[in-house]
Write a protein that binds this ligand. Structure first.
Ligand SMILES: [Zn+2]
Length: 356
């Protein structure tokens, strides 16, 4: 059974969670020919970038993360020429032949990463990912929210999408009581669907109700401007400020996009608002504002290898200067990651596991 099925040239539409040889699988993309055997430190914010993370991880964890090419028994990466990692990463033998011909950055049908987290020592951590719920706030929104409100806790995120050093993943579960540290300024771009692999926007009400009615702190939410709905009247009606975002937003999904998405589709041209709830009592009416978003540079994924432990880390997407001296490849160590979950050499890397 193929691990991935393709519907359009730019989207993966179905990914099976289980595969032969491992409990978790992930689509494998051929690395662009211009890449060397070295790990690429800066990548497009797409599935190709996520793929490079798995590649880097496979260099460290040969038994736990490996790739299986469709229709062949080739297992990559090949053994490093030295037993020393991560130094050996630069000396890994290149594959003897291309996996299969394909578009640069494109995908290959049934080729996949197979992951067995328990083969690694210590075992790799697992983050469940609902591929169809992983649309990320655009970079301009992230920049604007961070400048205006300095949020400290992203309530529904992954290590890839979080806009704060502290964040809650699917495993943490936003609905958990006392999840959010005291004094936090919460940001949320809520999952729209109420359950795994479902469509619709009923999940917004569930998650927002918990944050607005239970967690009494300053909150910022990025929401579709669905003023005709009951939840909008009930929950947005309680906020202190509604900021109508000028222009259109395009949400990307680095787990499924093969290229940066373009504007133009109706669902991408929906009106969006940023709502702010203050800790004080709700006002009689929210204040209404127009909001021009900050200009934001094209976001990229930045991979780093820890100079101390050799682990592979993604820099948080909100880091303003990934090229700074402290974060450059070679000088980077885990403690500089500014990610509350992974900013330590003691914490193993994570892998992604698709929820069906
Ligand atoms: Zn480290």
């Amino acid at each position: 059974m193929p691990a991935c099925q393709e519907k359009s040239p730019t989207k993966i539409t179905k990914i099976t969670a289980a595969g032969r040889g491992g409990a978790h699988t992930y689509c494998l993309f051929p690395r662009p020919k211009v890449y060397s055997a070295q790990v690429q430190s800066s990548l497009p914010r797409t599935a190709v970038g996520v793929n490079e993370y798995f590649y880097a991880l496979s260099l460290r964890e040969h038994g736990a993360v490996r790739c299986v090419a469709a229709g062949s028994s080739i297992h990559l990466p090949l053994a490093p020429l030295t037993a020393v990692l991560p130094v050996g990463i630069t000396r890994v033998a290149l594959p003897p032949k291309p996996l299969r011909r394909g578009r640069a950055g494109g995908r290959v049908g049934a080729s996949r990463w197979e992951v067995d987290v328990h083969t690694a020592t210590p075992p790799l951590l697992i983050h469940k990912v609902k591929y169809h719920q992983q649309y990320e706030a655009p970079a301009a929104v992230v920049a604007t929210v961070r400048r205006l409100w300095q949020p400290t806790f992203d309530a529904m995120a992954t290590p890839l999408s979080a806009i704060c050093a502290q964040y809650a993943t699917l495993e943490d579960d936003v609905m958990t009581p006392d999840l959010i540290p005291r004094g936090s300024i919460i940001y949320v771009n809520p999952a729209y669907a109420p359950e795994d692999a479902k469509n619709g926007a009923a999940g917004i009400e569930i998650h927002l109700s918990k944050l607005v009615e239970t967690d009494v702190r300053a909150r910022i939410a990025l929401l579709p401007n669905l003023s005709h709905t009951g939840w909008y009247r009930r929950l947005v009606g309680l906020c202190h400020e509604i900021h109508f975002i000028s222009g259109t937003l395009v949400f990307s999904n680095p787990y499924t996009d093969l290229e940066p998405p373009r504007k133009g589709y109706l669902w991408q041209c929906r009106s969006y608002v940023l709502c702010v709830w203050r800790p004080s009592a709700p006002p009689a009416q929210p204040t209404l504002n127009w909001l021009d978003l900050d200009a934001a540079p094209t976001e990229r994924m930045h991979l780093r290898l820890c100079a101390k432990c050799g682990r592979v880390r993604f820099l948080p997407r909100w880091v303003a200067k990934p090229e700074s001296a402290k974060l450059r490849q070679g000088a980077f160590v885990c403690a500089r990651l500014l990610d509350a979950k992974y900013g330590s050499c003691e914490v193993p890397e994570y892998v992604l596991s698709a929820v069906e």
